[in-house]
Write a protein that binds this ligand. Structure first.
Ligand code: CJB
Length: 839
């Protein structure tokens, strides 16, 4: 019997190894090997996806050493680790990003070209992990990029949804939702770790007893248990050795068959149980800033949070004898209230499972968690009915009551004889249907609370969380959002990146403030010409994509006026539509009008159950149909609705924008992050004083920003003074005409009913003050149109927008979190000699 060589002992990996080498020949060989050995294909039968997979494995191989070294280093007892808990991570495709962060884009391009293929085509094969709805999930993705790039030890914890955010098609002008089967062809970036799966209990009841030693103990007898299996994805920093882990949990049945049911012949019953366990991580709830209060959603939240905390405890106990100093090793950030069930869960794990005294456990818990609030919208603040909560998490409800009892005792001392204070601070809302207020739970259980832009944080302190601010002002701080320049400039806008780097070097990629050095060239005619050329190229590329995806032909020399974001009444895409109708009417009245040609581009998904948002999409597409086909307009106005707006499809959008629409009602948008991406890519903003717009305007200068609209106090004041949109409508002929046209069926083939719900809500309520801001918006847009005609002055403003947007890097935001909340330091990762020599 011949023993196969190298079977029992793993051979030493060598410098020129196919899996690590970086010279062109090695890369080509590795690519071909992966096609053969992993995909099981020869070139003659390979699909584009096979080629993509082979390349993805080639790249993954080259970051594994960094990943393993990082993980190993973090196990050291003296390292503090950030755990970012988020129900959403809207990552976008990995391949291009990893090539850039590894610094091997050009060589891979050469190797792929020499293999007779096109790198762009392979990159385009990747199905993006759309594990988020919008801003909140994308922020989490930018933050884990920055954590790794800043060499901060961190783990992202979340849910491995089998189906992410739905794909959007537009049929007859309406949104149609298609299931997002992103895992259909496999996911080369993840590695399952079933050996460290954890168990999660659900439902049942709680038993209290005294054990033999006389200790008061609690036993939770669940009626269901599910397995949480971690799937790990490496998150590589930019040009560093740090590769952090994104650990996403998949729910599985503890046994693939319930043997008892199986043995009595109930095969289908047994399979049912398996299906019901696996349902927990089946699909992302597609609602943005609107809670539905569904049981499955609570199960999702608890499931991933329990898995994550159990995982942290397991890791901690590898190095420590007990959990006494847990909070010194882990800083756990709650991305909104979705993971705030972590507060009672950590208490349960410490008290019930690890037999710690309540006081000590509370001390640890409240030194572990920090909470970020992302919204002021009342409909987005999570509340769970006590009844539902008790059915799913009976022990947690008890723990919450105990936390609340102790908390309210403290409040009573602070505010004697003040029942109103008790009611407003309580974790339990006693009005109407009794419910658990998750934001209150997060505030009480966290040592730090932050908003995501200056204005938002001020409004939190003044309004939504005012009573908590009065109690603990020291817990509150602002952390203005940021975006990663690696994806949002380097990757998406290579032309601009190269131009910038030629002028000021490439340190700006990790120190975005250095963009300021561009200011000195803002007036330089040669630099302006290069800048315009880059923008023009981007507009050509988007023009091509628009034609391919919608069939609409647009003029790349027209102004690209873009609004991309979730569709929501408070974001006011319909205000934008009213402007289009107004311009259209001017052209109809005077076909020879000297009007700045514009292409209006929209993109965004509506929550499937949000009727008004879907109707807004229909309005935009209907206006587009009329405007785009009217010969009087002579192609001076075009309206495009880009279907299926996601991270991949946004790639061509930000670089091509001239004008960025940030037109939410003041006081409603917590921050916005699209506003930052546009400004960084040299678009000018037309915007209200809302969210981070305020800070963008501060940075780029009022003269480089188109401001309009009521301020937050003015909105409040007008409402208090009985704001009546009907009066505004009657007093403003331009507005009246636009509304009347929609109403009489001008954009709906004579159908006068179609848009009635939208019009009624504007005419009889106008919660988001569209009519109040209409005229100011139109006047401001007129100034935009005039300004665009002066090419050089516009280009100067564009350059200054980029030059002065350095503040909006997620690196700056993450540094602030590290220093002011988490108290963590960078931990550089060492690489073995042979890989270093090669890189
Ligand atoms: N946000 O995307 C969401 N979903 C929510 O449920 C609540 C808030 C957004 O978060 C972003 C990141 O902080 C903000 O920039 C944005 O204003 C907010 O709407």
């Amino acid at each position: 019997n011949e023993e196969p060589q190298g079977f029992v002992c793993v051979p030493e990996i060598r410098v020129e190894d196919d899996r690590t080498g970086l010279d062109i020949e090695t890369l080509k060989r590795a690519f071909a090997d992966n096609l053969f050995y992993i995909q099981g294909k020869l070139g003659s039968m390979a699909t584009p996806n096979d080629y993509y997979m082979a390349l993805a494995y080639t790249v993954r191989d080259r970051l594994l050493q960094r990943w393993l070294n990082s993980a190993q280093t973090y196990l050291r007892g003296d390292v503090k680790v950030v755990c970012y808990l988020s129900a959403e991570f809207l990552l976008g495709p990995h391949l291009g990003n990893n090539l850039i962060n590894l610094g091997i884009y050009d060589r891979i391009e050469q190797a792929i070209t020499e293999s007779g293929l096109d790198l762009q085509e392979l990159i385009a094969q990747e199905e993006e992990p759309g594990l988020g709805n919008g801003g909140l999930g994308r922020l989490a993705a930018c933050y884990i990029d920055s954590l790794a790039s800043l060499e901060i030890p961190a783990i992202g914890y979340g849910i491995r949804y089998e189906f992410g955010i739905f794909d959007q098609e537009i049929q007859d002008g309406w949104q149609v939702e298609i299931t997002d089967k992103w895992l259909r062809y496999g996911n080369p970036w993840e590695i399952a770790r079933p050996e460290i799966a954890v168990e999660v209990k659900l439902g049942g009841y709680v038993d209290h007893y005294v054990d033999d030693a006389g200790n008061y103990r609690t036993h939770w007898i669940p009626d269901r248990e599910v397995h949480g299996v971690p799937y790990d994805t490496p998150i590589l920093g930019y040009r560093v050795n740090t590769a952090n882990t994104l650990r996403l949990w998949k729910a599985e049945a503890p046994e693939s068959f319930d043997f008892q049911a199986f043995n009595v012949g109930d095969y289908y019953g047994a399979v049912d149980a398996k299906i019901s366990s696996e349902n927990i991580t089946k699909v992302l709830y597609p609602n943005d800033e609107q809670v539905q209060g569904k049981r499955l959603r609570l199960e999702q939240q608890y499931f991933f949070v329990s898995c994550s905390l159990q995982d942290m405890i397991r890791l901690y106990l590898l190095e420590n004898p007990n959990l006494d100093n847990f909070h010194e090793t882990f800083a756990v950030q709650l991305n909104d209230t979705h993971p705030s069930i972590g507060v009672p869960e950590l208490m349960r794990l410490l008290v019930d499972e690890h037999h710690m005294a309540w006081e000590q456990a509370w001390q640890i818990t409240t030194h572990t968690f920090a909470y970020t609030n992302h919204t002021l919208l009342p409909e987005a603040l999570e509340k769970w009915s006590v009844q539902l909560f008790g059915r799913v998490l009976p022990r947690h409800l008890e723990i919450i009551y105990e936390i609340n009892r102790r908390f309210l005792d403290m409040v009573r001392i602070r505010y004697p004889d003040n029942d109103a204070k008790l009611a407003s601070l309580s974790l339990i809302d006693e009005l109407g249907k009794k419910s658990v207020r998750m934001a209150h739970l997060a505030c009480v259980g966290s040592y730090a609370i932050n908003g995501v832009a200056q204005l938002h944080t001020e409004l939190l302190k003044k309004d939504v969380l005012h009573d908590f601010y009065a109690l603990w002002p020291e817990k509150f701080s602002n952390k203005t959002n940021g975006v990663t320049p690696r994806r949002w400039v380097v990757q998406n806008n290579p032309g601009l990146s190269k131009l910038i780097s030629r002028k000021i070097g490439d340190r700006w990629i990790t120190h975005l403030d250095e963009l300021r050095k561009l200011e000195q060239f803002a007036d330089d005619p040669q630099f302006q010409a290069q800048w315009q050329q880059v923008k023009q190229n981007c507009k050509h590329q988007l023009t091509k994509q628009i034609k391919e995806r919608t069939g609409v032909v647009v003029d790349p020399t027209s102004m690209f006026d873009i609004q991309v974001k979730r569709i929501h009444e408070y974001k006011r895409q319909h205000l934008n539509a009213l402007h289009i109708i107004t311009l259209y009417n001017r052209l109809k009245e005077n076909p020879d009008l000297d009007l700045q040609p514009r292409t209006f581009i929209f993109g965004g998904k509506a929550a499937p159950g949000y009727f008004m948002a879907k109707l807004m999409i229909k309005l935009i597409t209907s206006v587009g149909e009329v405007v785009n086909n009217d010969p009087d307009v002579r192609d001076r106005l075009k309206v495009v609705f880009l279907p299926d707006y996601n991270v991949t499809n946004s790639q061509r959008v930000y670089p091509a924008a001239d004008l960025s629409e940030q037109i939410s009602t003041a006081g409603k948008e917590a921050s916005g992050t699209g506003n930052m991406k546009f400004s960084l890519n040299g678009a000018l903003t037309i915007g209200t004083l809302d969210g981070a717009n305020v800070e963008i305007r501060e940075e780029v200068g009022a003269e480089n920003f188109f401001l309009f609209g009521l301020t937050t106090p003015e909105v409040k004041e007008q409402k208090a003074n009985g704001y009546n949109s009907w009066d505004v409508y009657n007093a403003n002929p331009g507005l009246k005409k636009a509304i009347d046209m929609i109403s009489c069926g001008f954009f709906s083939h004579g159908d006068q009913q179609l848009f009635k719900p939208l019009l009624d809500s504007l005419l009889y309520d106008d919660k988001y003050m569209l009519f109040a801001d209409y005229q100011d918006y139109i006047d401001c847009q007129d100034r935009v149109g005039d300004a665009f005609k002066h090419k050089d002055a516009w280009t100067k403003m564009s350059i200054l927008n980029t030059a002065r947007s350095g503040k909006f890097s997620s690196d700056r935001a993450i540094r602030e979190y590290c220093q002011e909340i988490w108290q963590v330091e960078p931990v550089p990762i060492e690489l073995q000699e042979y890989v270093q020599a090669n890189a």
